[in-house]
Design a protein around this ligand. Structure first.
Ligand code: ZN
Length: 419
């Protein structure tokens, strides 16, 4: 009984999420098409019509691909759960391995492989058709496949020990396993953050110290002005894969470094680079990064405790199309089911995270305006929007629901008004 109520609830939430996402997506496309004919007055002097229309077409193409992927994901989700995919996989694997740790690990690995194979055509299409069509793809076929192999190996080297420890805790650590598993998971994540810039990122890209004297000097002065102990300024060969430009921070504690994509450095003047960096430093100084991490850690504790509850409920399995084994561990199955259905039920909360993120963006912009020049940040933003073909006219509701950054005009008006 509870089992069928749970099935109905699951399907209803999935349908609701699909309807909302399709509605937002089609609003977004219609809004962009309505504004395609002319560059918004505010940007008329800075951005050409061809560029504006390219951004519109690019955004629409991406939105359509996103909608196709939503349908695929929903079909895959149903296929794995209520249509019996996971049940079939589990029955066949247990015949091969017998119940126990090997069965559990092979179930997780098989699930990961099947999901990636299904996703592959979309990843490929996105890179070699969509990005290519708009001139952003700089990847060769061989780089694409080398990346894939590297990602798989890294996933195996890091993921398998992690999953082994968590499954062992689930089996042997008693009713508080989720607390220990959470502590281990957090420690693991911190370790990844620490080794990412030194060990993982260099496997994919080259990094070299920024050698432009003027930019260097500006950045060092800025770091002193806002008393930020910057440990390194690096340039990365982002142009190897994509024409999109970016800048990011990595590491923490004594190992904070900033990384600029070569594509971004090429386009921005030294004063604009300084303003962009000031915005990023703002995120640090205003403790946005720590706050975000604290929220992430607290949420993962809640989710771990929820998994602890659900894994003991028969209806959680049967309601999702799986017969749990009564005399063996079902923990790997519980993890997979939980990861599959959690987004369906948490989807409606996603605007909350987007709202917080946009609030932080405004604060970081204000920080940059205070410590550098707001006009430099405005011209840098316009160039970045233009180069990345980000639309200047998103649907306001779509933007409010999804966007981690305020739309260009809102953001720039804020910056200019604060002067
Ligand atoms: Zn930001």
């Amino acid at each position: 009984m509870i089992s069928s109520v749970f099935s109905v609830l699951f399907v209803s939430f999935l349908l609701l999420a699909l309807i909302i996402q399709f509605w937002l997506g089609s609003r977004h496309i219609r809004h962009i098409l309505r504004n395609r004919a002319a560059v918004p007055a505010q940007f008329a002097e800075k951005i050409g019509l061809a560029s504006h229309q390219k951004a519109a077409d690019y955004t629409i193409a991406k939105t359509k691909l996103g909608m196709a992927m939503l349908l695929l994901n929903a079909a895959v989700l149903m296929g794995f759960t209520l249509f019996g995919g996971l049940q079939w996989l589990s029955v066949h694997l247990v015949k091969l391995t017998g119940p126990g740790m090997w069965y559990q690990i092979s179930l997780l690995v098989a699930f990961a492989i099947i999901s990636s194979v299904i996703e592959f055509p979309f990843t490929y299409y996105s890179q070699f058709v969509l990005e290519e069509q708009f001139g952003f793809n700089k990847m060769t076929m061989s780089l694409f496949f080398t990346d894939m192999i590297k990602n798989t190996l890294i996933g195996a080297v890091l993921g398998l020990p992690l999953i082994w420890v968590i499954l062992t805790l689930m089996e042997k650590a008693g009713s508080l396993w989720w607390l220990y598993a959470w502590a281990f998971f957090i420690g693991f994540q911190m370790l990844i953050m620490l080794i990412f810039p030194i060990v993982i990122a260099p496997l994919f890209n080259k990094f070299w110290p920024l050698d432009n004297e003027e930019v260097r000097e500006r950045i060092e002065n800025l770091s002193k002005r806002v008393s930020f102990a910057l440990k390194g300024i690096f340039v990365m060969d982002g142009s190897k894969r994509s024409g999109h430009g970016n800048a990011y921070f990595s590491g923490f504690g004594g190992a904070k470094r900033i990384v600029f994509y070569d594509t971004l450095l090429e386009r921005l003047a030294p004063n604009e680079i300084e303003a962009v960096l000031a915005h990023e430093l703002g995120h640090f100084k205003l403790k946005h990064i720590i706050k975000r991490m604290a929220v992430m850690f607290a949420l993962s504790l809640v989710f771990m405790a929820m998994l602890g509850f659900f894994k003991e409920q028969i209806w959680f399995y049967t309601g999702l199309g799986v017969d749990p084994m009564l005399l063996a561990q079902n923990d790997a199955m519980a993890i997979i089911l939980f990861m599959l259905v959690l987004p369906v039920f948490t989807f409606l909360f996603s605007p909350l995270s987007a709202i917080t993120s946009r609030k932080h963006e405004f604060e970081a912009d204000a920080f940059a305006a205070k410590h550098t020049n707001a006009n430099d940040l405005v011209t840098a933003l316009v160039k970045m929007y233009d180069d990345n073909s980000s639309t200047l006219t998103p649907d306001p509701l779509h933007s409010a629901f999804y966007d981690s950054h305020p739309s260009a005009s809102v953001r720039i008006n804020h910056l200019l008004a604060a002067q």
